[in-house]
Write a protein that binds this ligand. Structure first.
Ligand code: MN
Length: 251
């Protein structure tokens, strides 16, 4: 039976990355795009509960939603594709890597999280942009990973976070399964004054170099590998359970 694939992103419906993703997955199944109508990067796993959402059908099987990536996946699976739930959700291709700590902020990864919570296998795909923006490489990598997921399935409650270096396909060092690393940003807050004399603040610094831990996602991507990190829904620090279990309580 034809596979049904739901595509989402956090860079917005009109972003280059999701168009390249669609091109890369062509022929693997029936593709349905449900994406935010504007950029929602770093929106995390936020779900819109305080106001209604609109779905704008831009063309057959292409929907723009005035909400977050999580809203898109929720509406995609539970409403738009309700009659035939997707076999796979692919989120991306994000403009910029989702490496190390990035994944807690990422709307791209959150969309895959949401699909996983709803019982649909999912992957998030990001291109670690440097200069040349090789979205075609990430698109081809996404296709290869999607085929592997169809062939092998995914462990329960697990999504794949895929990061692709900004290289031509022929220059890739290979694919590697890895673990989440660390990535830090300078803790910059830019303060300025608006035309009405009020102060405003702009959050966001540059990636700090030299923190790549050997064999982690960020280090592998820097070395030219496509990194594939299995991410689980269970955020419990299992190693800490015993330690905290020794705390004494008053009752
Ligand atoms: Mn983004």
């Amino acid at each position: 039976m034809t596979k049904k694939i739901l595509l989402c992103n956090d860079d917005g419906f009109d972003a280059v990355g999701i168009k390249e993703l669609e091109a890369g997955l062509a022929g693997l199944g029936e593709l349905t795009v449900v994406a935010p109508d504007r950029e929602q990067s770093a929106s995390g796993h936020s779900l819109t509960l305080q106001h209604p959402l609109r779905i704008d059908e831009r063309s057959p099987c292409h929907y723009a939603v005035d909400g977050t990536p999580t809203d898109c996946v929720f509406l995609g699976i539970n409403h738009i594709m309700k009659a035939h739930r997707p076999d796979l959700v692919v989120s991306g291709i994000n403009r910029g890597g989702n490496l190390g700590d990035d994944i807690t902020y990422s709307g791209t990864v959150a969309a895959a999280f949401e699909a996983t919570l709803l019982g649909v296998p999912a992957l998030a795909v990001s291109l670690e942009i440097t200069r040349e923006h090789h979205f075609a490489t990430a698109s081809r990598a996404a296709r290869e990973v999607a085929l592997k997921v169809f062939a092998h399935g995914l462990p329960a409650a697990t999504l794949l976070n895929v990061n692709v270096p900004d290289l031509p396909w022929e220059k890739l060092a290979g694919f590697r399964i890895t673990r989440q690393g660390k990535r830090s940003y300078s803790d910059v807050v830019r303060e300025n004054v608006d035309p009405r004399g009020r102060h405003y603040y702009w959050i966001g610094g540059e990636v700090l170099p030299g923190e790549d831990l050997d064999g982690t996602d960020a280090a592998l991507v820097r070395s030219g590998f496509v990194s594939i990190t299995p991410i689980q829904l269970d955020l419990t620090n299992h190693r800490a359970l015993e330690l905290l279990g020794n705390w004494e309580w008053s009752c």
